[in-house]
Design a protein around this ligand. Structure first.
Ligand code: 6PG
Length: 240
C-alpha cells in the first residue's frame, strides 16, 4: 500500500513507478503491454507521466523514445465513438499519446463505436494477437492500471453480477447496464485481470475509503475484493 498525500502526489508516484517499469523492460529488450483505465485519477496520471518524461532523462537513455516498445490496451472502454468526450481512448490520446508521439501501431483501442458484443470480440482478438497467452487463454499483460469506484467497481466490473457472469472465461466482455454512465461498455473479465503480471490500483478520493476497506477485509465482496482474491498481489496507491 502506497499512501499518498493528495491526488497529484498519487499521480506523480504511480507515474514514476510506471516509468521505472517501462525503462526496466526497455533495458531488457522486452515489450511492455499495459491496460489503461479511465476516470479522474487516470487523467492526472497521464499528465504526470508526460511531465516526467518530458522533463527528465530516464534510465540514462532518450526519454522521448522511452515508450517505443510499449503496447497500449484498455481495462475498459465506454461504447461511444473514439471522438466522444466519454471515450477512455480519447482521454489517453489527448493526454498521453499525442503529447509523447506514441505511434498508432502500438495503440490497441477498444472499438467503442461498435456494439458492446462486437467491440468485446474485436478487443479480445487484438489483445490475443499481440500479448502472449497463458495456459488458460488469458493474455499475460505486464501491467493493468485500475481505478476504484465508490461501490468498489474496477474497470467496468460492477457489483451485483451473477457468479456465472463474473466467473466467465471471456477476456473482454460486454456491459449493458453500467451504473456509472455511459450504460454500454466493454471490460476485461476477472480472469484476464488475474492473469496479468502486475495490477496497480490507483484509489483516489475519500469517497473510496469504504470500498477499499471492504475489499481488503476478509468478508469483502465488492469487485475489487474479487480481484484481490484472484491473484497473488495488487499494488495499491491511495490518497486518503
Ligand atoms: C471508467 C473507469 C472506471 C474508473 C473508476 C474510478 O471507464 O469509468 O475505468 O473503472 O477507473 O470509476 O474513476 P475515478 O478515478 O474518476 O474515481
Amino acid at each position: 500500500m502506497v499512501s499518498c498525500s493528495s491526488d497529484n502526489d498519487l499521480a506523480a508516484r504511480a507515474s514514476e513507478a510506471w516509468i521505472s517499469e517501462i525503462a526496466r523492460a526497455s533495458r531488457a529488450g522486452k515489450p511492455h503491454c499495459v491496460a489503461l483505465s479511465g476516470g479522474r485519477i487516470a487523467r492526472k496520471f497521464f499528465t504526470a507521466t508526460v511531465h516526467r518524461i518530458r522533463t527528465g532523462r530516464i534510465g540514462g537513455g532518450d526519454s522521448a523514445r522511452l515508450l517505443d516498445h510499449v503496447h497500449f490496451f484498455w481495462a475498459d472502454e465506454r461504447c461511444v465513438p473514439p471522438t466522444d468526450g466519454e471515450s477512455n481512448f480519447r482521454m489517453a490520446d489527448e493526454l498521453l499519446f499525442r503529447p509523447l508521439g506514441v505511434s498508432a501501431g502500438r495503440i490497441h483501442r477498444i472499438c467503442g463505436e461498435e456494439s458492446p458484443e462486437v467491440a468485446a470480440e474485436k478487443a479480445a482478438a487484438e489483445i490475443s494477437r499481440i500479448v502472449p497467452l497463458k495456459a488458460a487463454g488469458q493474455p499475460a499483460l505486464d501491467l493493468i492500471l485500475l481505478g476504484l469506484g465508490e461501490d468498489g467497481h474496477v474497470a467496468s466490473l460492477f457489483p451485483g453480477e451473477s457468479e456465472a457472469v463474473a466467473s466467465g472465461p471471456e477476456v473482454y466482455r460486454s456491459v449493458h447496464n453500467s451504473p456509472k454512465p455511459p450504460l454500454k461498455r466493454v471490460t476485461l473479465g476477472y480472469a484476464a485481470i488475474a492473469a496479468a503480471g502486475q495490477v496497480w490500483m490507483l484509489a483516489s478520493g475519500g469517497g473510496k475509503a469504504a470500498a477499499l476497506g471492504d475489499a481488503v477485509s476478509p468478508a469483502g465482496n465488492n469487485p475489487f475484493a474479487r480481484v484481490l482474491r484472484s491473484r497473488s498481489g495488487v499494488t495499491v496507491f491511495r490518497d486518503f
